[in-house]
Write a protein that binds this ligand. Structure first.
Ligand code: FES
Length: 145
């Protein structure tokens, strides 16, 4: 189900969004950071917005995940649902989450918001790659700062 704003200036949602997308814009999940994270990703989108993600891994499963972005509401919704989709998944499954999966989970997105989804997925993959890089030698992480 989607909602079309009759007057986009009334509520600030300039386009068609599903109820799910609006829910994630208004009440984003997993916002924040994780101290001593096992994986961290920071990616700049094509628009210049940045997203960061932190992972806590337990037995190769994403036990906790948080994100932060300086982007707009659509970026926040994409980060929120992407982290929800990844939480509780084994790393191998989380790595397979792609833009289409997130788009479907959001119930569709306006075309000009697709790069926000891409930013969230790329940030998740960067955080996973960071975890895998140091998985066997976590002590090396402190030497990379
Ligand atoms: S508007 Fe910049 S990532 Fe969405």
């Amino acid at each position: 189900m989607t909602r079309q704003n009759e007057n986009p200036q009334d509520n600030g949602w300039p386009g068609i969004f599903s109820d799910t997308a609006i829910e994630h814009m208004e009440n984003p999940q997993n916002v924040g950071s994780i101290h001593n994270a096992d994986g961290f990703g920071s990616v700049d989108g094509t628009c210049g917005d940045n997203m960061e993600m932190w992972l806590k891994i337990s037995g190769d499963t994403i036990d906790d995940i948080k994100f932060w972005t300086d982007g707009c509401e659509t970026t926040i919704a994409a980060g929120s649902i992407t982290t929800l989709m990844a939480r509780g998944k084994p790393i191998g499954e989380a790595m397979k989450i792609n833009e289409q999966d997130v788009l479907l989970a959001l119930g569709g997105f306006p075309e000009d918001g697709l790069h926000c989804i891409s930013l969230a997925v790329k940030t998740l993959k960067a955080a996973i790659a960071d975890y895998l890089r140091y998985k066997n030698d976590p002590w090396k992480r402190s030497y990379q700062k």
